[in-house]
Design a protein around this ligand. Structure first.
Ligand SMILES: Nc1ncnc2c1ncn2[C@@H]1O[C@H](COP(=O)(O)OP(=O)(O)OP(=O)(O)O)[C@@H](O)[C@H]1O
Ligand SMILES: [Mg+2]
Length: 289
């Protein structure tokens, strides 16, 4: 068995006239949880779409379970996809189906499981994501966080060997976030699945990651353990991790200049003022004329 479940080499992809990925390289080891961080619009979701074969590289290769997804036939890509669970950024539930049918969809359509087993599996997966008595609800009746967890239940319904999570905790409160983090940790520990998690939440990334990769400038700019991330002196990594407005990331995109322009000029320091004169005592009645 190859050590790497995913091997991406020099992946280039332009979309809408913009070079989104530029010679991106990434290797994900069997059984590890690899977290991808990076600014909005840098190509994190696009990278996941190459792994699942929804997008094809302009050049370079993306090999998953030994199959090069860009060259795979439809049937070969489908064989790989059956081993992958994907939690879309939007949750991607079908609005016209209740929760039970949404989670059951891949079990009925792809696995062709007998109905009693489908219902048992749906119940088990909803338990795992901590949802109770929601089977008959429609997606529109759920909160954003609940919809996300239903999407997660569906992503893991077929016991995939590789799970891709696109922002699994965005829009969740801190307790909901911690519960999803626990789930991701237990998927690794109990089921030994390989996982890629895209997130903006640094606390969550530190909790769940074996390794973290920062996507910047069309490639994985930095890879390391959470401890490596904290210890590096790299200014780009430092800016992202600490969420600083000024730094090389925003300098390059022109945002720093914009930010400086938008800020009102700093007023000169006010001269020291003497203690204000004591306020006149409050009088309940006007003084006699
Ligand atoms: N189908 C598409 N057609 C044209 N442009 C696209 C398409 N999909 C993505 N893009 C562009 O590619 C870039 C990267 O998009 P992507 O969705 O991967 O960003 P992201 O890193 O996931 O951002 P976010 O953190 O906001 O989800 C963006 O500029 C986006 O507009
Ligand atoms: Mg995205």
């Amino acid at each position: 068995m190859p050590e790497h479940v995913i091997e991406i080499v020099d992946l280039c992809k332009s979309l809408g006239g913009k070079q989104v990925l530029n010679r991106l390289c990434l290797q994900v080891r069997r059984g590890e949880t690899f977290v991808i961080i990076g600014r909005s619009g840098t190509g994190k979701s696009v990278t996941l779409k190459h792994i699942i074969g929804l997008m094809k590289p302009d050049s370079g290769t993306c090999t998953v379970f030994g199959t090069e997804m860009g060259k795979a036939t439809r049937a070969e890509a489908e064989t790989v996809r059956r081993r992958i669970g994907y939690l879309f950024q939007s949750g991607a539930l079908l609005a016209s189906m209740n929760v039970e049918d949404n989670v059951a969809l891949p079990l009925r359509e792809i696995e062709r499981m007998p109905e009693d087993q489908v219902l048992r599996t749906v119940r088990e997966k909803l338990d795992l994501v901590d949802l109770d008595k929601v089977e008959l609800k429609m997606p529109s009746e759920l909160s954003g966080g609940m919809r996300k967890r239903v999407g997660l239940a569906r992503a893991i319904s077929r016991n995939p060997e590789l799970v891709l999570y696109d922002e699994p905790t965005s829009g969740l409160d801190p307790i909901g976030t911690a519960a999803i983090d626990e789930l991701i940790l237990s998927m690794k520990k109990k089921l030994k699945v390989t996982q890629i998690v895209v997130t903006h939440d640094m606390a969550s990334a530190r909790r769940i990651a074996d390794r973290i990769g920062l996507l910047y400038d069309g490639r994985i700019y930095f890879t390391g353990t959470p401890a490596d991330l904290d210890e590096t002196t790299d200014v780009v990594v430092h800016q992202f991790v600490h969420g600083e407005v000024a730094g090389p990331m925003t300098e390059k995109s022109g945002e720093t200049k914009r930010y400086r322009r938008q800020r009102p000029p700093t007023p000169p320091p006010a001269p020291p003022t003497p203690h204000p004169a004591p306020a006149p005592e409050k009088q309940d009645f006007p003084p006699p004329a």
